[in-house]
Each structure stands twice: as structure tokens, then as C-alpha cells.
Design a protein around this ligand. Structure first.
Ligand code: FDA
Length: 387
């Protein structure tokens, strides 16, 4: 028997592509080496799956080709996915602006996708090790530890490298390379940072900051939390996607405030106070640390240039990360299969008819907040329709 479509990976993008192709009449087989489908969906959004972001746009993604995601995102929108969620009577709520989560459990999203795939006649083989994929004339031969399979189309949907203990692997990257596609260098993204001189006494301290990565990165104003090894929280995770090794990171600890003026005002109002009270707007443990250079000299005797230097340290807190927590803790991988080798309409490899690549394996990496799933759904639908 020859399958019409074999999807490698029963994750977010693969299940969506399979259901879509099945609904179009294709005979679809989904292969996955894990014990159950959608394992990353199950742990996503703290177990409630932040399944989309209503305001997604190509600007919310990193890629060497910023325009690549535009077509798929426009043809399958957050509203389309929300309609599917509502058709399956899954209750949801908007947590932060645009970020939609299940009221109940992320498992509802997996069950929805699996039932869509089953209703569309797709076959799922879990616990299946894929050992090889080869082109044979107009078809592909997919070799697994269970069987050798022939198919007209193959969709690479095995995701990125983050969270290896959940079955992440480089299969799609390896196969893409073997079929002549180029790869964009990969790295952990949406990942906590490690500081060489992390102060364990600050662990747990959290505050709102503005963090910016390197290059033309956006500025992310959101929460930051000190960990035992460094820094985490949404502002840090977002900025981490844009960070380059060996370059210092700059964080504004009191975004939107004229800190020097604030310090001058406090000095005037409370001349007998000690330096940490200058930074009452910050968590006290952090304020103490930042103001330690000023010693135990009361504010009246602190020269304004000292306050200026302190204001600078607060607004432009600069440090060189010792590294990141790596793929073990990264929410996603950045980089991946170079989009220049793929059609942005269909996700098909330009030079390998019948081979498609979708989801996180492709060099399209979203911001935090549901953008990565929206890309998985949209790229899955684009490939599923075309295949
Ligand atoms: P995905 O990883 O979903 O699926 C890949 C599948 O391929 C898996 O089933 C895997 O078992 C299988 N596979 C891998 N290698 C294989 C091999 N060699 N052989 C066979 N099968 C193989 N995003 C978001 O938008 N909102 C959120 O709330 C979150 N939350 C979140 C939390 C955490 C902790 C993580 C790690 C990630 C998120 N994400 C997220 C990111 C999101 O989970 C991710 O971007 C998508 O799941 C990517 O979908 P894919 O289908 O591409 O890969």
C-alpha cells in the first residue's frame, strides 16, 4: 500500500497537518517515537496551553526571512483556531492581552487535535522509531523499526531541540539537510540566563523591567525574576531569543522613570536616610545590592554625581551572561530549516517535490505568548492543504 502523506511527528504542527490533509481526502499516516501525541502541548502554558495570540503578526517572529511566515499566518489565523477550539466546546480565557489559554487543561487541545485527525481518517503510529527516509522515483520510502512505508508525500514535523527528555530530536534537521535543504544555525530561545556571579540571596526577587536583546530586537517590558543561577521571567525569555554570545545585556530596572530626578527628589525630601532608601521602588534586597557602592553615608552627604551613577546603573543595568540554561530549559529552538528552500504558500521544498517542513523545525521562532503554537497550526494547515 502507498500512503498519500506520511507526517513525521505527532506534535502541534504534525497533528494539524495530518487532520487537514485527511479532511482533503488524503490517506495519512502519522509517525512518532513518543508514547503519546502532543507531549509539548501537554506541558505548555503551565498545563493550560497558551494556544494562540490574537494579535500575532510576522513581526512577532524571528527568522532570516521575516516575510516567510506572512502567507501561512494570514490564511490560518488565531480566529480560525479559536473557532476550532469553540467547536470542541473547550472553555478558554484571555490571560494577558491577546494570550488565550484553556480554562481546564492542555490535554483538551491534544484530544481535539487527535480527534480531528481520527475523524479525518488519519492513522497514528506512536512508539515508532524512524530510521531512514529516502526518495524512490516519485515516491518516498520511510523506514521504521516496525515497517517500511511507501508514500507520495512526507511532512517533516518533528519540532525543535528543546526539552530532549520529552523526545525532542534533530530528525527533521538531519533529513532536511540530507535532501539538500540549508539550515540556519540553531540555539536555545525563550530560555533563562545564567550569571557567573549570581547572588543566591536574590533568588525569588521579581520586578517589572525592560529588556532588549541584540541587533534590531524589540524591547520587552515585562516581569523578570532572579533565580539561583541567574535570571528568568517573560522579559528575559523574550530578550534571550535575540541575544548573541559574548555580548552584554542591558536591562532597565525602572522602565519609564526618570531615575536621576527620582533620586534627587528623595535626597531632598529625606536627607538623613541611608542609600538603600533611594531605591524603594525596587525590591529591597536588590536595592541594597545596587546602592552598596554608596556605603552607609546619609543622603545629604551623597554628591549628585554618585546619584547620577546609581541612576545609570538602574536604568542601564549591564551584564555579560555566562550562558543560558540550554535546551533542557528552553521553550523553543531558534534557527532550523532555512525558509529560502521552502515555498511560503505550501511549505514544500522548492527542489524536492513532495517534501514539506513545518512547525518549530523551520527557521520561524515566535515570541512568548502563543505565537509559536499559532505558527505550528498555520504552517500545518498550509502543508496539509497542499499535500
Ligand atoms: P512539537 O515538539 O510539538 O512536536 C514534535 C513531535 O515530533 C513530538 O511529538 C516528538 O515526539 C516527535 N519527534 C521528535 N523527534 C522524533 C523522531 N526522531 N522520531 C519520531 N518522532 C519524533 N508555545 C506556545 O505558543 N504557547 C505556549 O504556551 C507554549 N508553552 C511551552 C512550554 C514549554 C515548557 C515548552 C518546551 C514549549 C512551549 N511552547 C509554547 C512552544 C511549543 O510547544 C512549540 O513551539 C510547538 O510544540 C512546536 O510544534 P511542533 O509540532 O513543531 O513540535
Amino acid at each position: 500500500m502507498i500512503w498519500d502523506v506520511v507526517v513525521l511527528g505527532a506534535g502541534a504542527a504534525g497533528l494539524m497537518a495530518a487532520a487537514t490533509a485527511g479532511q482533503g481526502g488524503a490517506r495519512v499516516l502519522v509517525l512518532d517515537h513518543g508514547p503519546e501525541p502532543g507531549r509539548k502541548i501537554l506541558i505548555s502554558g503551565g498545563g493550560r496551553c497558551n494556544f494562540t495570540h490574537m494579535d500575532t503578526s510576522p513581526n512577532c517572529f524571528l527568522s532570516q526571512n521575516r516575510h516567510f511566515a506572512r502567507s501561512a499566518l494570514a490564511r490560518y489565523t488565531p480566529k480560525n483556531f479559536l473557532e476550532l477550539v469553540e467547536r470542541h466546546r473547550i472553555a478558554w480565557h484571555e490571560k494577558a492581552k491577546g494570550q488565550l489559554f484553556c480554562d481546564g487543561s492542555a490535554r483538551q487541545i491534544v484530544e481535539m487535535l487527535v480527534s480531528e485527525a481520527h475523524d479525518a481518517g488519519c492513522t497514528l503510529w506512536m512508539d515508532t522509531r524512524i530510521t531512514d527516509v529516502e526518495r524512490e522515483g516519485e515516491e518516498f520510502r520511510v523506514v521504521t523499526d516496525h515497517a517500511e512505508i511507501r508514500t507520495r508525500k512526507v511532512i517533516l514535523a518533528t519540532g525543535g531541540l528543546s526539552i530532549p527528555k520529552l523526545g525532542a530530536s534533530d530528525l527533521s534537521l538531519r533529513l532536511a539537510k540530507r535532501f539538500g535543504l540549508k539550515l540556519v544555525e540553531t540555539a536555545p530561545a525563550l530560555v533563562p540566563l545564567i550569571l557567573a556571579d549570581a547572588d543566591p540571596s536574590l533568588a525569588g526577587v521579581s520586578l517589572n523591567v525592560a529588556a532588549r536583546g541584540h541587533g534590531k530586537a524589540a524591547r520587552f517590558e515585562d516581569g523578570m525574576v532572579f533565580t539561583h543561577r541567574g535570571l528568568s521571567g517573560p522579559a528575559i525569555l523574550q530578550a534571550s531569543s535575540y541575544m548573541e554570545a559574548g555580548k552584554p545585556v542591558e536591562i532597565d530596572l525602572l522602565p519609564g522613570r526618570d531615575v536621576f530626578q527620582m533620586l534627587l527628589d528623595i535626597k531632598k525630601a529625606r536627607p538623613k536616610a541611608l542609600p538603600p532608601s533611594l531605591l524603594e521602588a525596587l525590591p529591597s534586597r536588590l536595592a541594597k545590592e545596587l546602592a552598596s557602592d554608596l556605603g552607609d553615608v546619609m543622603l545629604a552627604n551623597q554628591p549628585d554625581r554618585q546619584l547620577k551613577a546609581l541612576a545609570e546603573r538602574v536604568s542601564r543595568w549591564t551584564f555579560l551572561p555566562a550562558g543560558t540554561e540550554g535546551y533542557a530549559k528552553a521553550e523553543v529552538m531558534r534557527g532550523g530549516i532555512d525558509t529560502r528552500g521552502l515555498s511560503s504558500q505550501t511549505m514544500e521544498a522548492r527542489d524536492v517535490p513532495g517534501l514539506y517542513a513545518i512547525g518549530e523545525a523551520v527557521d520561524v521562532t515566535g515570541w512568548l505568548g502563543g505565537h509559536n503554537f499559532q505558527w505550528a497550526w498555520a504552517s500545518g494547515v498550509a502543508a496539509g492543504k497542499a499535500a
